[in-house]
Design a protein around this ligand. Structure first.
Ligand code: NDP
Length: 300
């Protein structure tokens, strides 16, 4: 079968899964499945694809399976749970997990899949829902060199920079590190910007100077001007998932025998913010808590 006609199954139509799957549909015959069926129905109303009634039915005739679930534990359950799809996968299938997962579970899943002749790579992404819509995500891949080469044409549907990081789990590792730094940045900017405003410096002018100086970051350059200054606070990535990611990074730090006192504090604070804001809160909303504590708003 020629590569352009390979059949792809995409499982997990959440906030980022939807735009990723839509881009896959533009290149390959696509079958989708989502745990909450209504989401798959809504997706298929605007994107050319087949909706499978079960996950097992989705993967049964797929050449490539892509997953984008909340956690590696969810992917594990998808494979091994009561309605697990492991037995439905054909030998020779390529299984690309785009979940921001944990390396230990990915390695275990890879071994179970390999025993059935299915090749696995962890392929977490960065770049947000806008990046997915534009097809410019960064994709960090853990797997053999051969699997990486097989995976690339499919990942190119939504990825711009696609990097082979090393064996299975290596993609999860760099993704967790990135997320820990992202969380540290959001939390510290929340504290710093509210203090700055309270001290009398207007938010937009202060941010303009920061973004032309050495304190700048992706959060200060892109996210704060687009979402916080205008007060729009779109919900694109759940804080619960960021908290999960920082937890993965901390586990990793411990696994290599190190301590990370700063990142431990970051995790403590993402956990507190999650408790205060609830499971549907967006990842930037901890800044709202800083605003409440300071009695000011970062607007402009
Ligand atoms: P959402 O919370 O929007 O969606 C999660 C998806 O996983 C839904 O389709 C959900 O199904 C499904 N799911 C969760 N648990 C299970 C399960 N046990 N069995 C089957 N399906 C399940 O998350 P996102 O789409 O935002 O994120 C998905 C992954 O991508 C996460 O690992 C996240 O960290 C990562 N990510 C997200 C980014 C973003 O900007 N949103 C950016 C980069 C990475 P249901 O609809 O039924 O709830």
């Amino acid at each position: 079968m020629s590569q352009s006609l390979s059949k792809v199954a995409f499982l997990g139509l959440g906030a980022i899964g939807r735009p990723m799957a839509a881009r896959v549909a533009a290149r390959y015959p696509l079958t989708v499945w989502n745990r909450t069926a209504a989401r798959a129905g809504a997706f298929a109303a605007t994107v050319s694809c087949r909706v499978a009634p079960t996950a097992a039915a989705a993967v049964a005739d797929a050449d490539v399976v892509m997953t984008c679930l909340s956690t590696s534990a969810d992917v594990d359950q998808l494979l091994h749970g009561p309605d697990g799809v492991l037995a439905s996968l054909r030998s020779g299938t390529l299984f690309l997990d785009c979940t921001s997962g944990d390396a230990a579970t990915s390695r275990r899943l890879a071994t179970a899949l390999e025993a059935r002749g299915v090749a696995f790579a962890d392929c977490p992404v960065s770049g947000g829902t806008n990046g997915a819509e534009a097809g410019i995500l960064t994709v960090m891949v853990g797997g053999s060199a051969e699997v990486f080469e097989r995976a690339k044409p499919y990942l190119e549907a939504f990825g711009k920079l696609i990097v082979h990081m090393g064996p299975v789990g290596a993609g999860d590792t760099i993704k967790a590190i990135n997320q820990a730094l992202l969380a540290a940045n959001i939390l510290s900017l929340g504290e710093a910007l509210t203090a700055m405003v309270k001290a009398g410096v207007p938010a937009r002018a202060g941010l303009e100077v920061l973004n032309a100086s050495s304190g700048r970051s992706f959060v200060s350059e892109s996210l704060i001007p687009a979402r916080v200054l205008p007060g729009t606070w779109p919900k694109t990535f759940r804080l619960a998932l960021l908290d999960k990611d920082v937890g993965i990074a901390l586990d990793l730090v411990r696994q290599v025998g190190l301590e990370a006192p700063i990142l431990s504090q970051v995790r403590a604070h993402t956990g507190l913010a999650l408790k205060a804001l609830g499971p549907e809160a967006d990842y930037l909303e901890p800044i709202k808590l800083c605003e409440q504590r300071a009695g000011v708003e970062v607007r402009g």
